[in-house]
Design a binder for this molecule. Structure first.
Ligand code: MG
Length: 383
């Protein structure tokens, strides 16, 4: 079997005004997708979703650049996939899409699922966590966070993660006010929903420490990226100060980038994303992390193919406690609408399709339904 073509399908959907979300100083206007498609002379196709934060047109440019060396090669050749370099996000996400498409193709050639290539006797489903907390506004409606988290519980999820809201400097928000809202969320769903907070690298160590202590006291499952990532020593102090894991690394694309965090015990959970670093590198990161006794909870934002690939990684991990897979609640109809055969989600679990491969194909009419819209997905907001 030989590869005959490698291309990228870029897709978008504009959010309705009420669907736009904001976490810091930008407002998200659209959902994007960048899917690498590998064609073969057998008719089999491999699909791999690259994280659209790499920029769909830049990703497509790198895929076009790398395609000639892939065309004519045997897709079963394990040395075929290029490696992420840790320097250029567009390149690395393009490589991630190619890598995931090759895993999909290799599983199809073997007549099995990607998860079967990763581990013996995998589960047929993976537990999800509702990932949102991006639409609450400290000035207008902070209580939206409580309503949304209650809705996630009602929808059957067993875990949920939220962010720290709009920029604190706009509305004089401080640690006490944030923790007041955290306690409101916990009072509404605590004990029935596993909870996590993502700081999106926006807090100081002085702010993060009392928050971490209170989240730990309330039984939160992890505290994600509280500080700017370069502050490795501060991450180490914070991680040592609480029993609850401090997590992070969603933007890292190589195992080298995780090394100082592992060696200094700065993170208790690492969060690679197969759409950002590729499944091959994510497996390597998980293996090295396990050597340090550090767990894995992949970052997984964007669309359904990436969820299936990250879900395959999660299902292959023999870690205790088992950690759920992130599912973006605010991506809109593109998330599953890009697939001809979206998988089943019930009671907060993603059920793996029968396969082969990742078990999903791009819908035939995606380009008509979700035409790519040029430009950045967000605009800067000033107050
Ligand atoms: Mg995060």
């Amino acid at each position: 079997m030989k590869i005959t073509a490698v291309r990228t399908v870029c897709l978008s959907r504009l959010h309705q005004p009420e669907e736009q979300w904001i976490t810091a100083q930008y407002r998200c206007l659209k959902a994007d997708a960048a899917v690498v498609v590998i064609e073969t002379d057998s008719g089999l196709q491999g699909f791999g979703e690259a994280c659209a934060y790499g920029g769909p047109t830049r990703i497509a440019g790198w895929v076009e650049f790398l395609a000639p060396e892939l065309c004519g090669a045997d897709p079963a050749d394990p040395t075929l996939a290029p490696h992420p370099n840790g320097r250029d996000w567009a390149y690395d996400t393009a490589v991630a899409g190619i890598d995931c498409a090759l895993w999909d193709l290799r599983a199809k050639i073997r007549g099995c699922r990607v998860v079967d290539l990763l581990t013996a006797d995998p589960p047929d489903r993976v537990r999800l966590y509702a990932s949102s907390g991006c639409r609450y506004d400290w000035r207008r409606r902070p209580e939206q966070l409580v309503e949304e988290t209650v809705a996630s519980l009602a929808a059957g999820y067993t875990a949920a993660k939220f962010r720290i809201g709009t920029d604190w400097s706009w509305d004089g928000v401080d640690v006490d006010r944030f923790l007041g809202l955290v306690r409101d969320v916990h009072a509404a769903v605590g004990g029935r929903l596993e909870l996590m907070v993502d700081g999106n690298c926006r807090l100081t160590e002085e702010q993060a420490l009392p928050i971490a202590r209170e989240l730990d006291r309330l039984g939160f499952a992890w505290f994600e990226e509280p500080l700017p990532l370069a502050q490795i020593e501060a991450y180490g102090r914070l991680n040592a100060a609480v029993a609850m894991p401090i997590s992070g690394g969603e933007t890292f694309t190589t195992v080298e980038q995780f090394r100082p965090y592992l060696e200094r015990r700065a993170l208790d959970i690492v969060q690679p994303d197969v759409g950002i670093c590729g499944l091959t590198e994510a497996v390597r990161i998980a293996q090295v992390a396990a050597r340090y006794g550090v767990g894995v909870a992949p970052h997984s934002w964007h669309n359904g193919l990436m969820a299936l690939a990250n879900g395959s990684l999660v299902a292959s991990l023999a870690q205790q406690p088992a950690r759920p897979l992130e599912l973006c609640l605010i991506q809109g109809p593109l998330q599953w609408g890009l697939l001809a055969d979206p998988p089943t989600i019930t009671d907060g679990y993603l059920h793996f399709p029968a396969g082969p491969g990742l078990g999903a194909t791009l819908a035939a009419d995606v380009a008509e339904r979700f035409p790519y819209l040029e430009g950045h997905y967000a605009v800067t907001v000033q107050r």
